[in-house]
Every structure is written in structure tokens, then in C-alpha cells.
Design a protein. Structure first.
Length: 196
């Protein structure tokens, strides 16, 4: 019994992808990975997914006429840059128990209401959309108390929503530079890193 020969199919040249096409495919794959991660880790109010690779530089600028916002952005930038130079994580959101008489130059807490707002926005930038978005699972037994990165019943949700809105306004994008370091690019083009 003889086997019938299978018909020969014409040879098809494999497509050669241009660098632009390869970049588009990589971007789609990165978006799929990011979307899959966000489905597995639902967030209340996402800032923006952290890209796997640094995105192209697209600058959104803070309006020149909004000097108070520019000054505030500069304060947040200085806060994060200072903590980075000290090789410390961003300060915890809360007032220092010593308040204005704290003698520690590297204190982990704010010392005034203005400084508390800067610390809160800096914390929102560094922690991303997960900060103060999900309820604390140990709530009343939480050892962090008001300094916890998770929501508690007595937290002012509107205050945190406003801080996260400011964080989104001030920052163009962030990405994980290493496993422990987050690169932050502000809307005015300034960059800094922060320990995660």
C-alpha cells in the first residue's frame, strides 16, 4: 500500500518586522501583562500602571499661571529627593509625636499641617494607587494606627482622594527601575528615585 504524497504548499516568506512593529508588539504585550496584573490586584483608584520599560518622554506641563501648584510640586519633589539621598523610604503619613520640637533630622513623620500634605502626596506617588485604597485587614488591631498605608474606618477618605488627585497631576509617570527603586518623572520634567 503506497502512501499518497501530500501536496506541496508554496513557500511563504516569513514576515520581517520593522523596529516600529516590534515596538508596537512589545507595547501590546506590556499592556496585556499590566492589565492581567491589575485584574489580579483590583485597585479602587488607579494612578497609572507602572510600565515594564521606561516610556517615551511625553511631557505634560503644569500651567505656568498656577504658581501655587508649581511651588507645591517643587516641595513634593524636594521631599522625595531628600529621602532618596538619605537612602530612606518616603515618610509615613502622620504627625510626629514630638510635633515641632523633634530633634531628628531624618524623622519619619511630618511636623506641620503643610508638611503633612507634602508627605501625603509624596507617599501617594511612591505607593501608587494602592495607598489608602483598600481596607486594612487588621483594622482595630493594626500596629501602624493612623500611619497605616491601608484605609481605616476613621480615615478621611476625601482627604486621601484629593492627595491622590494631586499626585496624578504632579507626576508624568513612574516605573520600577529595580526591584526596590521607583523612578519618578514629574510633569515639569524633573526626575528622582525613591526606595519602595
Amino acid at each position: 500500500m503506497e502512501l499518497a504524497e501530500s501536496p506541496q504548499l508554496p513557500a511563504v516568506a516569513s514576515p520581517v518586522l520593522s523596529p516600529g512593529a516590534r515596538a508596537a508588539i512589545a507595547a501590546v504585550r506590556a499592556a496585556e501583562v499590566s492589565a492581567e496584573w491589575h485584574r489580579a490586584h483590583p485597585l479602587v483608584e488607579p494612578l497609572a500602571p507602572t510600565p515594564l520599560i521606561p516610556p517615551a518622554k511625553v511631557k505634560k506641563t503644569i500651567p505656568v499661571t498656577d504658581k501655587p501648584l508649581r511651588d507645591f510640586a517643587n516641595d513634593v519633589y524636594k521631599e522625595l529627593r531628600c529621602r532618596s539621598r538619605q537612602e530612606r523610604k518616603p515618610r509615613l503619613y502622620g504627625m510626629c509625636s514630638s510635633n515641632k520640637w523633634c530633634s531628628q533630622s531624618n524623622c519619619n513623620f511630618a511636623h506641620s499641617s503643610d508638611e503633612l500634605k507634602v508627605v501625603g502626596v509624596a507617599r501617594a506617588i511612591a505607593k501608587g494607587s494602592m495607598w489608602k485604597s483598600t481596607p486594612c485587614n487588621v483594622s482595630e488591631r493594626c500596629s501602624f494606627g493612623s500611619h497605616c498605608d491601608y484605609l481605616h474606618d476613621d480615615d478621611d477618605r476625601m482627604e486621601f482622594i484629593e492627595m491622590k488627585r494631586l499626585a496624578r497631576l504632579l507626576v508624568d509617570h513612574t516605573y520600577a527601575k529595580t526591584e526596590k527603586v521607583l523612578e519618578i518623572v514629574f510633569s515639569d520634567g524633573k526626575t528622582t528615585t525613591v526606595l519602595m
